[in-house]
Design a protein. Structure first.
Length: 622
């Protein structure tokens, strides 16, 4: 079929439908020989080729308008100097609808660019706009989160949508999704030439023996690497319309007051303009609330200056302090790095412990930005494995256990891996609760990695990037056997929400700037108001003064005394005296096993409290 063409308008990269015509715009030099390849949908036939005049070029951008093209009938690719390439701005990639489909020989042979043809009824969709003081983040992998469940839709956006009631019950406000844009999940191995000394061996070789070593492809399970940043992952969709299904997920999240934050990984070869365009696209077309930017040489300055992204939450490892100081929206920028991980792991596991570092991390806050705290995420041990393995066990990755972090600061509690020993299991449970307590009682924004709320394990694998199997999947069967931990997490989240003194949006000053008789934050040891942070210190009492925060009803918050004892022996911490007739009540104690959150608050009638070894206790002053 012959199509009429004319010069395009260069305004927007990709294939843009306009009044019955399609404008194709892509990067190419004026000297390049370029063509549009059209494939009839559902066929494997030869493509129709539309040659593009070299004059349809400005700078290094080629743009052509194909008149009267019915985009519902065709897929397309570009041909540049004889090489067939998919459109980096394609709204859909055709050929990856089935996850890890090894019938595909190579990506370049079978993939096609697709058109977006179905609109989504966004109606009155509104961004939840959760303030940083209220944010509770839950990070997950769409496929891994829902593969170990019943139903034909497992591993899909639809399966995740059905889990929204679970997120609400847990108390989550913000969902962070590992890459959901299109990426190549099959890591094709390179053929490795055998050394000459092997080829020249004198033994008799069979005719079928070849001089190359072939390996089975691995799975790029996590999805990090160069992606097709404008197309949702087709194999994550239960339906044949991934864009509609993902939009429905985000729309339903918003209906339930939950934000959607996307991880975006950009290698250094991705052009700055493409990165900005991709972020714009997900905000405008998918109503995404924020981005966790990862990769190499991210153009942070350009992103921060972009006016369209000024109300979009941006998470990144580090922003320049000078830039943060100029920020007007305190819910725009969020530091997200591993600064919080190591001080808490050092204390929990008794390795290179430094109480001063931990105390500083717990009070870390910014007036014009937020800090995201986490103890575990996909890159490292799960929370359960953190206290079950002293060493990584990545043998299943096929790299001789050389991949993954070596500095885990973990503790196996006396047995490496699974055990039936009750004393070991009880200690592990207590340490998990200690870790979660510190996470949710610190000033920063807590991030929980999927499955950690009920003890999900990866069998000691701390780098499950290629484990599309029970190692990398969330094991929902553990949910029933870990009701105790799940209940504890829910109570912690509820406690945090009920006490605004724990979530102040500005840094605590550690002095009595409101003239109420007590600093906003203070530290206490064996004597009240006296706490040294020597290298031997492993126990501290932290007082959050309630008069520096008001509850929803306008009343002042309660005083909260958080007692941390990371030592292997019992410690005593002195209570700071409260005003009037207020008394201290013990309401949570991780040493009490299943009743860590006490059924009834216990009045402490002494001037000091005994804190059991390796335990965290919460006292309320009222």
């Amino acid at each position: 079929m012959k199509y009429k063409i004319k010069e395009g308008n260069y305004k927007e990269f990709g294939a843009v439908w306009n009044a019955g015509n399609v404008i194709f715009t892509f990067r190419a030099k004026k000297s390049d020989r370029c063509a549009i390849l059209l494939y009839k949908k559902g066929t494997k036939g030869t493509a129709e080729r539309i040659e593009i005049p070299q004059s349809y070029s400005i700078g290094e951008v080629c743009s052509v308008c194909v008149l009267g093209l019915n985009r519902k009938l065709y897929d397309y690719n570009y041909e540049i100097n004889g090489k067939v390439v998919t459109d980096s701005y394609a709204k859909r990639i055709i050929g990856r609808e089935k996850w890890y489909d090894l019938s595909r020989k190579q990506e370049k042979d079978v993939l096609r660019s697709g058109f977006e043809t179905v609109s989504f009824p966004w109606k009155e969709d509104k961004h939840p706009e959760i303030p940083k003081s209220d944010m509770l983040i839950y990070k997950l992998h769409v496929r891994g989160f829902s593969m170990d469940t019943n139903g034909v839709n497992r591993g899909t956006f639809l399966a995740l949508q059905k889990k929204i009631p679970y997120f609400k019950e847990l108390g989550i406000t913000s969902l962070e999704l590992m890459p959901v844009y299109e990426f190549e999940e099959i890591m094709y191995p390179k053929e490795v030439e055998l050394p000459e000394y092997i080829k020249k061996k004198t033994f008799r070789r069979k005719k079928s023996l070849i001089d190359t070593k072939k390996e089975e492809p691995k799975v790029n399970f996590w999805g990090y690497g160069r992606g097709s940043y404008f197309a949702p992952k087709a194999s994550y969709a239960f339906s044949d319309n991934p864009s509609y299904e993902l939009k429905k997920l985000i729309y339903t999240l918003h209906e339930n007051g939950i934000e959607c934050i996307m991880e975006m990984f950009f290698p250094k070869e991705v052009p700055v303009g493409e990165i900005i365009d991709a972020l714009h696209y997900w905000v405008l077309s998918y109503h995404v609330d924020g981005f966790h930017l990862q990769g190499e040489e991210i153009p942070v300055d350009a992103i921060l200056e972009d006016p369209l992204l000024k109300e979009t939450k941006l998470f990144y490892a580090w922003f320049e302090e000078e830039r943060v100081a100029k920020e007007e929206d305190k819910n725009h920028l969020f530091f997200c790095n591993d600064e919080f991980i190591y001080p808490i792991r050092h204390m929990l596991c008794g390795k290179e412990a430094n109480l001063y570092e931990l105390a500083n991390q717990m009070r870390k806050q910014q007036k014009n930005a937020g800090y995201v705290n986490y103890i575990c995420d996909n890159n490292g041990f799960s929370l359960a494995d953190l206290f079950a393995y002293s060493e990584k066990h990545n043998e299943a990755n096929g790299e001789q256990n050389k991949d993954g972090m070596n500095w885990n600061y973990s503790l196996n509690c006396g047995v490496e891996g699974e055990t039936r020993r009750r004393d070991v299991l009880n200690l592990r449970k207590k340490l998990e609760k200690n870790a979660l307590s510190v996470l949710y009682l610190a000033q920063g924004i807590p991030l929980l990695f999927s499955g950690d709320e009920f003890g999900n394990s990866q069998n000691g694998n701390n780098n499950a990037y290629c484990q599309d199997n029970p190692i990398g999947w969330v094991n929902w069967n553990r949910k029933a056997s870990a009701r105790e931990l799940l209940f504890f997490v829910k109570k912690l989240i509820t406690f945090r929400k009920e006490h605004p003194i724990l979530t102040l949006e500005e840094p605590m000053q550690m002095y009595d700037y409101k003239n109420v008789g007590v600093p906003d934050l203070s530290y206490h040891g064996e004597e009240a108001w006296l706490q040294g942070f020597s290298s031997a210190s492993q126990a501290v009492g932290i007082l959050y003064a309630g008069k520096y925060a008001k509850k929803a009803d306008g009343s002042f918050d309660d005083n909260i005394f958080l007692a941390l004892n990371f030592h292997t022996t019992k410690k005593r911490l002195a209570f700071p005296k409260q005003e009037g007739k207020k008394k201290w009540y013990r309401i949570m104690d991780t040493a009490r096993g299943k009743e860590a959150f006490l059924p009834e608050a216990i009045h402490e009638n002494k001037k000091e409290a005994a804190i059991e070894p390796q335990s965290v206790v919460i006292f309320i002053g009222k």
